[in-house]
Design a protein around this ligand. Structure first.
Ligand code: CIZ
Length: 305
């Protein structure tokens, strides 16, 4: 990383009383300069606990929205206004309201990878780590709508034995990882443990050893005695896995699992963001209050990791 850029970022950070958050899928140089790295919800919770006045969220829009929901008194900046999440955008609040009309008694669980508007229409939020726990906490006789990721929804169905009404959303960066690619990689590294994200397709999950969120992958690798791991999620996480476990080898299950939106963030854009205080991400008060309720209900069910 260019020393001059880093110095500039540090000066601006001090001037603005800012904290820089980087998601586990960010480019390595962004993860290295950030104050905190992690999953979307964990980062927003950590930022809300700091006395920073400004949060620079190096991630995608729904993540910055989550930070704004949890820290309404802070200014939340997204360094690139085009850094969106196609999965989150696969369902709108209007579409969810229509689905609720068809299932008037259903409880709605939304993955944290959703817009603030969709969270506001939901009863519970969940992460990729606790989807099954959240589903399990809902009384057995209740019908459940799960949005927007069908693959995480199916994973929760399998773990709980509950039927869910699924929305057909998916993450292109995860479904591009094919069963064949995992099998080929496994043939080259037969002793490696395959860790797959729940957003992967069912055939990939079926042949994986562990199905884990990004935070769970980092913890699992840290505790494991294994020396080789095949990673079926966005490749950015391999940077941190290697940094935290220098003696182990981490191999991407597919070279194509790169999220183009996550890679829009650069050191120069962080500087622009802090200089011009852009792009501000705000959530209208009524939406924020309702979305926060869905997040709070999730936290009440148990852990967020
Ligand atoms: O919510 C997150 O941070 C994502 C996108 C994945 C994960 O498993 O942490």
């Amino acid at each position: 990383m260019n020393e001059q850029l880093l110095e500039k970022i540090n000066k601006l950070k001090e001037l603005r009383r800012a904290v820089i958050l980087a998601h586990n899928y960010q480019p390595g140089e962004i993860q290295d300069l950030a104050d905190f790295c992690g999953d979307s919800l964990g980062l927003s919770i950590r930022a809300s606990e700091t006395d920073a006045e400004v949060i620079v969220f190096c991630g995608v829009r729904f993540m910055a929205e989550t930070a704004a929901i949890l820290s309404p008194e802070k200014t939340v900046l997204l360094p690139d206004k085009h850094a969106g999440c196609p999965l989150a955008d696969m369902i709108t609040a209007k579409q969810l309201r229509k689905l609720k009309e068809k299932h008037p008694d259903a409880v709605v669980v939304c993955y944290v990878n959703s817009t603030a508007d969709v969270k506001a229409e939901s009863d519970y939020c969940c992460t990729s780590a606790n989807a099954a726990e959240v589903v399990e906490s809902i009384p057995a006789e209740k019908e459940i709508i799960f949005v927007p990721d069908q693959h995480l929804g199916r994973f929760a169905m399998e773990k709980t034995g509950r039927e869910l009404v699924l929305w057909p959303g998916y993450c292109a960066t995860h479904v591009i990882i094919s069963k064949e690619a995992v099998e080929e990689t496994k043939a080259k590294y037969p002793d490696a443990i395959v860790m797959a994200h729940p957003e992967c397709s069912e055939p990939v999950k079926e042949i994986s050893d562990e199905i884990l969120s990004t935070g769970q992958m980092l913890r699992f690798a840290g505790k494991s005695d294994a020396k080789q791991f095949i990673i079926a999620t966005e490749k950015g996480i391999i940077h941190t896995l290697k940094k935290q476990n220098p003696e182990a080898e981490f191999i991407a299950a597919s070279d194509m699992s790169i999220c183009p939106n996550m890679k829009l963030i650069s050191p120069a854009k962080i500087i622009g963001s802090l200089e011009d205080m852009q792009y501000k991400i705000t959530v209208p008060q009524d939406i924020r209050t309702r979305a926060k309720k869905a997040l709070d209900r999730m936290v009440e069910t148990k852990s967020t990791k």
